[in-house]
Write a protein that binds this ligand. Structure first.
Ligand code: FAD
Length: 452
């Protein structure tokens, strides 16, 4: 049977664009539909705009530190009206690059919503239909909003936060995951009065327990009014602001309430189940190790499969899919020891197992150092950094590395190479320190803090 396309990709985000571009470069006839903006969550309303706001917010504390270091003229206030157009100009530039690269590789781009008609046919919101030998669903995820009274009408999510008309003087961040913590630190650093409420017992569920406590303490010390075990009971518009009642009876007023209460796969209304594609409990597309769904011609990559929901992982999954399907080289995306960073202030970089995960697996040695770095202690800032290695007692391999410090996102990328290569504690020990740095501690920890 002749098809219109060798590959039709639904979704122009991290995973979809990589797969579409590489397949087209290899000579496949590729079509891709994007219903919103090319680049997807990462470029338009995720990693990139968030990181630019992280950079902006870091200058608040840096100005204070500059004063303490002897600078006379440091000062000023964050100007949202100046920053926001610059932010959107940059996103437009990146969106253009994504579009250009994909079109340059020879793919056809359709600015339309796509749904499945059957295992080999997609229908666009323009009314056009196309057949394809393979269909790749790369539709990502979307924010989940709880059914708290007032949340849907008055709350915002990460989808809206980059488009606010005015900078909020007082903002409430609801949630305790990495996105919630990052936005709490961003707004706090930019000078907003920032509260963060999380219903669980501790922020950053799923990460190393010791780090969770350490970060919660430091986020609070930097000025975020953080409360755990607290939810929004209801919220109402009052005198132009948002009145919020908490489950412990407290009442407060904010200019914005940002719900970062989890994300769900974008799999609804796509015609997936009608085409026979099996979905999991959260609505994620169930795929095998090669990203193939229960329908042989339909594959899925990225957040819609809810494996590891990070941009570089979606990109690797997209590339592995092309290698498998178009290059005759069956390739499983590698989900082992994926490093990641939480861009809080201070940052958290992590690779490998948490102490709890490692202990459940085998006997371990834990090396841990928490100390005041030179840069802070010089100006009397009582803030510590944390370096932690989790080591297998049997093999002496480093199973996990955790760093909480300014710049930890950059540091962990390099440590991840060593961990991925299977470095042992001895390999770390025989690496000569770079002095004076904070990160030299990672090669200087001689005695285990704990052995279990
Ligand atoms: P997406 O990038 O979400 O792309 C999916 C695309 O499909 C979207 O453009 C959507 O409009 C389109 N689409 C959906 N349905 C249809 C349809 N029916 N027809 C046509 N188009 C459709 N990851 C990191 O690695 N580091 C970070 O620091 C980081 N920060 C983040 C911060 C925030 C606030 C958020 C929300 C996410 C962050 N992420 C981060 C996660 C990262 O953005 C995602 O893991 C990544 O974008 C997933 O890529 P994807 O290709 O699966 O989906």
């Amino acid at each position: 049977m002749a098809f219109d396309y060798d590959l039709f990709v639904i979704g122009g985000g991290s995973g979809g664009v990589r797969a579409g571009r590489v397949a087209a470069q290899g000579g496949a006839k590729v079509g891709l539909a994007e219903e919103f903006r090319m680049g997807g969550t990462c470029v338009i309303r995720g990693c990139v705009p968030k990181k630019l706001m992280v950079f902006a917010s870091g200058h608040g504390p840096a100005i204070e530190a500059a004063k303490a270091y002897g600078w006379d003229h440091a000062g000023g206030k964050f100007n949202w009206t100046k920053f926001q157009p610059m932010l959107h100009k940059e996103l437009e530039r990146l969106e253009g690059i994504y579009r250009k690269n994909l079109a340059g590789a020879g793919a056809d781009i359709f600015d339309a919503r796509a749904t499945l008609k059957d295992a080999h046919t997609v229908e666009l919101s323009t009314g056009e239909t196309f057949t394809a030998k393979h269909i790749l669903v790369a539709t990502g995820g979307r924010p989940f909003l709880p059914d708290t009274p007032g949340a849907a009408e008055l709350g915002i999510t990460s989808n809206e936060v980059f488009n606010l008309d005015a900078f909020p003087e007082r903002i409430l961040i609801v949630g305790g995951g990495y996105i919630a913590c990052e936005f709490a630190c961003i707004f706090n650093g930019l000078g907003a009065h920032t509260a963060q409420w999380y219903r669980g017992a501790q922020i950053l569920r799923g990460f190393d327990d010791e780090v969770r406590g350490f970060l919660a303490e430091h986020i609070s010390e930097r000025g975020v009014d953080l409360h755990v075990g607290l939810e929004v009971e209801r919220m109402e518009r009052r005198d132009g602001r948002i009145w919020v009642k908490g489950t412990d009876g407290r009442e407060d007023v904010f200019d914005q309430v940002l719900f970062a209460t989890g994300r769900v796969p974008n799999s609804g209304g796509l015609g997936l189940e009608e085409a026979g594609v099996k979905l999991g409990r959260k609505g994620e597309i169930v795929v095998d190790d090669y990203s193939q769904s229960s329908v042989p011609s339909i594959y899925a990559v990225g957040d819609v499969t809810d494996r590891i929901n990070l941009t570089p992982v979606a990109i690797r999954e997209g590339a592995a899919f092309v290698e498998t399907v178009f290059n005759g080289n069956p390739t499983k995306p590698d989900h082992e020891n994926v490093a990641s960073a939480v861009f809080t202030q201070p940052e958290y970089g992590t690779v490998g197992l948490s102490e709890e995960e490692a202990r459940a697996q085998e006997p371990i040695d834990v090396y841990c150092a928490a100390f005041r770095p030179m840069q802070k202690s010089f100006i009397g800032v009582d803030e510590r950094v944390l370096f932690k290695l989790i080591v297998s007692q049997a093999t002496q391999k480093v199973l996990g590395c955790h760093i909480v410090a300014d710049g930890a996102g950059e540091m962990i990328q390099l440590a991840a190479v060593a961990v991925k290569m299977g470095a042992t504690k001895e390999d770390f020990d025989r690496t000569v320190a770079v002095h004076p740095t904070m990160s030299e501690e990672i090669v200087l920890m001689k005695t285990p803090t704990r052995r279990d």
